[in-house]
Design a protein around this ligand. Structure first.
Ligand SMILES: Cc1cc2nc3c(=O)[nH]c(=O)nc-3n(C[C@H](O)[C@H](O)[C@H](O)COP(=O)(O)OP(=O)(O)OC[C@H]3O[C@@H](n4cnc5c(N)ncnc54)[C@H](O)[C@@H]3O)c2cc1C
Length: 583
């Protein structure tokens, strides 16, 4: 594979991770927004993402989803194969990197035991897929780090893990078949984005009465909840993965896998030393780390010392326990939009990589219930309920991606907004990526993403909406940058979040409801502590000016003045959305 130019050197204040520091020619005064921007040039073709499908192709994919095709293909095969062979294979993907509560892995283990066969784990690194999906080097590094933990834990169970790297991606299925034949595998088990069993059941459960997928969150939630509670199975922990017989270590093929070292990096996705150090500090790998982060969220108070780049496990078990009322989950209903403490769980990287299961998270909330008969709380009125609802948003966006593949083909869910006119201002896009827009809360958010590979949800909404509605830059460019930068980059949630902010998606914010970033800033970071931490130029600014420094102060501190005037930008966005195609 050609090595891609990807520099993930941690940014000096305000320089994004994927670009070398370039000098940006920026207007010192807010740009006047013209109703007639210059005609698009040839360069615009380069400016826009290249992976946009035609409307006709997107409609065709929606009409005959890969999801339904997979279901049709899987049905008969799963039930006809016998247990003859030398091994049972579990194919672990980059979304299910855990041993505990892993449905397909547990089933593979049961099957192996029933048939007296060794269980072998297979992991395939596919660099071309990572390029195609704009995967961040941080996410790939997180995958490799978790893989090391998985390998060690599996070795304790005498289960070998075979890791291979394969290109080109279009021959990957043939490679898997080849491997299965080399190993004389009796059966292959794998989870899809969510587990095979659930997938089949979900196809029936999560369809509206007219047989379509849900496009609005609330009815989806109403369908999601009974699905969890009426049937005890979806929340039940998956069967445990049991040890192989130790003789597998002497097997001529499988025995060698125990000693083979896993790759330390994937070509084209290497991290710089400093960035790697930062990722290890903020996002420790492994199932134990994920479970401890969850425990902290349920049992300890939010700390202001944790809103920046910090080790989530620093205090360890010695941190005093808080009761439900004071815990981070207990306060989540009211505090979750505050960015000046660790008000949220910070589990997204672990959930995206499947290092912990969403089931495990929901089960953990059941244990906090006061009811004699534990009951899933998904109400809007409690911290627990609000948090469970967020987990449902994650499922909602996965559901949308599976049933409306157009959204992963670069198309807006609402085709009418495909015609909205976008600005093609390279300098503005770069300033947004670098956290140098002159709007402190936007810049702090972007610098947090560049530094830590993660951003608080409220900031993702603020920064996304600023790019799309204030700078009027195509949401797909922001979607791509987040994928390339975040450690929790998840195709479905990222696309859902961007299409929500751009008002082009399922159940989006209406196009005329545009965040005022200065008002948002005061609500999310009332003291300004968060901004001061990530925007050191403003480190000594207090009071209201931290949210919107005067041009004189900004100039004195070497901080940029705003790229656009928010009120004018707002009018422009409303005009262009109201009449897609107009400029
Ligand atoms: C523009 C934009 C892009 C986003 N991109 C991603 C992404 O690439 N990967 C990702 O995991 N999340 C994404 N989100 C959703 C959300 O911002 C993150 O999941 C959340 O900030 C992670 O922090 P946390 O783990 O502390 O969340 P918590 O508040 O503790 O929530 C718990 C879990 O619920 C899920 N969740 C929470 N909010 C959402 C949401 N709005 N949509 C979907 N799932 C949610 C996540 O798995 C999260 O870990 C995006 C949101 C927006 C607006």
């Amino acid at each position: 594979m050609t090595k891609r130019a990807r520099s993930l050197t941690p940014p000096a204040a305000g320089v994004g991770p994927n670009k070398p520091a370039t000098s940006i020619s920026r207007a010192t005064e807010p740009t006047n927004i013209s109703a007639h921007p210059a005609k698009r040039t040839h360069a615009d073709v380069e400016f826009l993402p290249r992976k946009i499908a035609s409307a006709a192709n997107a409609a065709a994919a929606d009409g005959h989803t890969p999801f339904s095709q997979l279901q049709a293909a899987m049905g008969p095969r799963l039930t006809t194969k016998t247990g003859q062979g030398d091994a049972v294979v579990f194919w672990m993907r980059m979304q299910d990197m855990r041993i505990r509560d892993n449905r397909a892995f547990g089933q593979a283990s049961e099957y192996a035991r029933q048939h007296g066969l060794p269980l072998i784990a297979l992991f395939i690194l596919s660099p071309q897929d990572y390029v195609a999906h704009d995967r961040s080097a941080r996410r790939i590094d997180f995958t490799l780090r978790n893989l090391t933990h998985v390998k060690e834990s599996l070795a304790e169970l005498n289960i070998p893990l075979r890791v291979i790297t394969h290109s080109p991606r279009n021959t990957l299925p043939e490679r898997v078949v080849e491997i299965l034949s080399e190993w004389n595998a009796a059966r292959l088990f794998a989870n899809i984005e969510h587990e095979v069993d659930e997938l089949r059941r979900d196809i029936r459960v999560f369809l509206t009465k007219d047989g379509r997928g849900y496009t609005v969150y609330s009815p989806f939630l109403r369908s999601w909840l009974p699905h969890l509670t009426d049937n005890s199975d979806p929340l039940a922990c998956a069967p445990r993965v049991e040890s192989n017989d130790p003789t597998v270590r002497q097997h001529p093929i499988f025995g060698k896998f125990f000693n083979a070292a896993g790759p330390e990096s994937v070509e084209g996705f290497e991290l710089s030393g400093e960035d790697a150090k930062m990722m290890r500090l903020c996002w420790p790998a492994g199932e134990d780390a994920a479970h401890e982060i969850l425990r902290r969220f349920l049992q300890t108070k939010a700390r202001t010392s944790q809103f920046g780049a910090a080790d989530p496990l620093a205090l360890g078990a010695s941190e005093p326990k808080a009761g439900l009322k004071d815990s981070r989950i207990g306060k989540y209903k009211d505090a979750r939009d505050r960015v000046d403490a660790d008000t949220t769980s910070r589990l997204s990287a672990y959930l995206s990589a499947g290092v912990i299961s969403a089931r495990e998270c929901i089960r953990a909330t059941l244990a906090l219930s006061n009811h004699k008969q534990p009951k899933i709380d998904a109400s809007r009125d409690t911290g627990i309920g609000r948090w469970v609802q967020e987990l449902a948003w994650r499922d909602f966006y996965t559901h949308v991606l599976a049933l409306f593949p157009r959204v992963s083909m670069g198309r807006p869910f609402q085709e009418t907004f495909a015609k909205v006119s976008w600005e093609t201002n390279e300098a503005h896009l770069q300033a947004w990526k670098d956290g140098r827009t002159g709007v402190p809360i936007v810049d702090a958010g972007m610098r947090q993403a560049n530094k830590m590979g993660w951003m608080h949800n409220r900031l993702r909404m603020i920064t996304a909406m600023y790019l799309v509605k204030d700078l009027m830059i195509d949401w797909r460019l922001g979607e791509k940058y987040f994928m390339e930068t975040l450690i929790d980059g998840d195709l479905a949630s990222n696309n859902g979040g961007w299409q929500w902010s751009a008002s082009t998606g399922v159940d989006p914010v209406p196009y005329f409801r545009i965040f005022n970033p200065y008002t948002q800033s005061k609500k999310a970071d009332p003291s300004g502590d968060y901004i001061r931490y990530f925007v050191p130029e403003l480190g000594k600014v207090f009071g209201d000016e931290i949210h919107n420094p005067s041009p004189r102060l900004a100039e004195k501190l070497g901080y940029p003045t705003p790229l656009v005037k928010h009120d004018e930008a707002r009018q422009r966005a409303i005009r262009r959305y109201k009449n897609p195609g107009d400029v």
